[in-house]
Ligand binder design. Structure first.
Ligand SMILES: NC(=O)c1ccc[n+]([C@@H]2O[C@H](COP(=O)([O-])OP(=O)(O)OC[C@H]3O[C@@H](n4cnc5c(N)ncnc54)[C@H](O)[C@@H]3O)[C@@H](O)[C@H]2O)c1
Ligand SMILES: CC(C)[C@H](C(=O)O)[C@@H](O)C(=O)O
Ligand SMILES: [Mg+2]
Length: 349
């Protein structure tokens, strides 16, 4: 198994190092990592945030383990050169349209959630986020002068029916493999894009009569996630709403440092990354929680490498480490990034 390892910027190198440590311990000689430059780190060396060589490596790998991109030193760059374009480019180039973002409360972390115990208990949901369409990729976009010579920024929110159909099917299939409940989140009371989304989701629902489908507007969904997160099982939503709701869900279950993700295409190719970013405020300080990346490694074993038992082993080790009190700063503790990695390593059995 050859894994493309893209550490990236900020805390990326610190958190991926811990995930690699765990993956090597679990899968031993059968896994090899090929490192490549990505994001601001790549731009500084090559002039591009997503060098051709990195893209080629990703295309030829069995899976991709990704840290994070984003560097304040690059904030002034034109959009095409910004580190964030690297992850957007990878998603588009590899057609990684299906983004799975599980948010589950580890019972050991009940006290770390900002929500009251009786509200957060039982939270275990899966956000299925569309990842290659929406306002992220719509054209035209840009900045211009309006008819009164004022500066104006504009983006285009768009989905075609095929894009909605394929992510809706992933949502229904995911619901079928869990509790059989799917909530589609949109803003169809205002947006044409969402109106089409809802129409198409309802059409695809005909193929899944065994799945209970509901719809919710995104503003209400944000409120409901805080008020009663356990009402959700599988959520399917567009790129922008999924981005926002997944950060929100991560806070409900204790920390953004906990949420992993899998980004998949229709051939089963997968990129695995924490949902958080490069956290420039704590980069290089050994404060980052590596669990989201370690759990992304588990998702990689499950979805791309078909090693379910090994994935379970990692997830159990994370639970055990937390049970024994392992806590980084975001969880109210004092452990460093590598101490947390070592706690998971020690809990593997
Ligand atoms: N997929 C990605 O690579 C990705 C995702 C989100 C943001 N970004 C980029 O990251 C940069 C910073 O963005 P931001 O500050 O809005 O979001 P962020 O997710 O990097 O950080 C938000 C807050 O959460 C904390 N945090 C994040 N991950 C953590 C972890 N593992 N352990 C402990 N605390 C953690 C940070 O310290 C910060 O206070 C920007 O350049 C942004 O574009 C990249
Ligand atoms: C860095 C950025 C492009 C990215 C997104 O908006 O998708 C990030 O926030 C994420 O959640 O993966
Ligand atoms: Mg995000």
């Amino acid at each position: 198994m050859r894994i493309a390892l893209l550490a990236g910027d900020g805390i990326g190198p610190e958190i991926t190092a811990e995930a690699v440590k765990i993956l090597k311990a679990v899968v031993s000689q059968e896994i090899e990592f090929d490192e490549a430059l990505i994001g601001g780190a790549a731009w500084k060396v090559t002039g591009s945030p997503l060098p051709e060589e990195t893209l080629k490596l990703c295309k030829n790998s069995d899976a991709i383990l990704f840290g994070s991109v984003g560097d304040p030193e690059c904030d002034h760059l034109e959009r095409a050169l910004r580190p964030e374009q690297a992850i957007l480019g990878l998603r588009k180039e590899l057609d990684l349209f299906a983004n799975l973002r599980p948010a589950r409360l580890f019972p050991e972390l009940q006290a770390e959630s900002p929500l009251k115990e009786n509200i957060v208990t039982g939270t275990d949901l899966m956000i299925v986020r569309e990842l290659t369409g929406d306002v992220y990729f719509g054209t035209p976009r840009g900045q211009r002068k309006d008819d009164q010579n004022r500066r104006e920024g504009f983006d285009t929110m768009r989905y075609n029916e095929d894009e909605v159909k394929r992510i809706a099917r992933i949502g229904f299939e995911t619901a079928r493999s869990r509790s059989g409940n799917l909530c589609s989140i949109d803003k169809s009371n205002v947006l044409e894009t969402s109106q089409l989304w809802r129409t198409v989701v309802l059409e695809i629902a005909q193929e899944y009569p065994d799945v209970e489908l509901s719809h919710m507007y995104v503003d209400n969904a944000a409120m409901q996630l805080v008020r009663a997160p356990d009402q959700f099982d599988v959520i399917v939503t567009g790129n922008l709403f999924g981005d926002i709701l997944s950060d929100l869900a991560s806070a409900c279950v204790g920390s953004i440092g906990l949420l992993p993700s899998a980004s998949l295409n229709s051939e089963g190719k997968g990129l695995y990354e924490p949902i958080h970013g490069s956290a420039p405020d704590i980069a290089g300080l050994g404060k980052a929680n590596p669990l989201a990346t370690i759990l992304s490694g588990a998702m990689m074993l499950r979805y791309s490498l078909k090693r379910e038992a090994d994935a379970d082993r990692i997830e159990k080790a994370v639970s055990t480490a937390l049970e024994k009190g392992a806590r980084t700063a975001d969880l109210g503790g004092k452990m460093t990034t590598s101490e947390m990695g070592n706690a998971v390593l020690a809990a593997l059995n």
